[in-house]
Design a protein around this ligand. Structure first.
Ligand code: ADP
Length: 209
């Protein structure tokens, strides 16, 4: 009781998400790209970010480079650590969401339980799940970082699709077959889906109170 009384006044003074969104003239969402290594998450995430930036949207891309090398550098690739990895990423995304910023998350997110946890933390209304899908054979043939080869040689353990599971999303908001579409066509499809959700109608002027 005492606690909540102490917290309340601070809460009152915090600038609301809604007002931050007005400042940025956008609706914040979490765009979560899930799929096998080499499916195209980073490529599409980066291109999507460029396209959104051109249209005046403020975004933050989250991927292995900026998460696993810093905040989550104490985590490995066993299922438990992967779950914790996703939990922290979802919590970070929620902070960005409350700052009015659109995050573009590029993580394998291999299991239904992990994606469900992410959806629960972010909130279903703000979570957009995009299944970046190419068959394992195609991803392995691309082998962008040479990781499949190492995994096949047993040099990397717990590699998704080889000796760690990937459960295809059952109900993604959008599925992109990157073995059938070009990068441009793929990003176009994502933009068509995402733009109506992040665009603020009648872009209101931000008023200082
Ligand atoms: P991930 O981030 O999922 O591990 P990357 O984006 O690093 O995958 O690698 C995907 C590879 O597939 C890149 O070499 C990219 O050029 C190629 N590619 C071919 N078609 C597509 C497409 N439609 N979308 C994304 N990537 C594609």
């Amino acid at each position: 009781m005492k606690r909540s009384r102490n917290i309340h006044p601070v809460f009152e003074r915090v600038v609301k998400r809604e007002d931050k969104e007005k400042l940025l003239k956008q609706h914040a969402k979490v765009i979560w790209l899930t799929g096998l290594s080499g499916a195209g998450k980073t490529t599409l995430g980066a291109t999507l970010e460029q396209e959104l930036f051109k249209r005046g949207f403020l975004t933050q891309m989250l991927d292995g480079d900026n998460i696993r090398s810093g905040l989550n550098k104490n985590l490995g690739f066993g299922l438990e650590d992967r779950l914790e990895n996703i939990r922290r990423i979802a919590e970070i995304s929620k902070l960005f969401l409350n700052a009015g910023v659109i995050t573009i998350n590029c993580f394998i997110t291999p299991t239904e339980a992990m994606r469900q946890m992410a959806r629960d933390i972010v909130g279903a209304n703000d979570y957009i799940e995009i299944y970046v899908n190419a068959p394992l054979e195609v991803c392995e043939q691309r082998d962008v970082k040479g990781l499949y080869k190492k995994a096949r040689q047993g040099l990397i353990k717990n590699f998704t699709g080889i000796d760690s599971p990937f459960e295809p999303p059952k109900n993604p908001d959008l599925e992109i077959r990157t073995d059938q579409l070009t990068v441009e066509q793929s990003v176009q499809k994502i933009l068509e889906y995402v733009l109506p959700k992040i665009t603020m109608k009648n872009k209101p002027l931000f008023e200082k109170r």
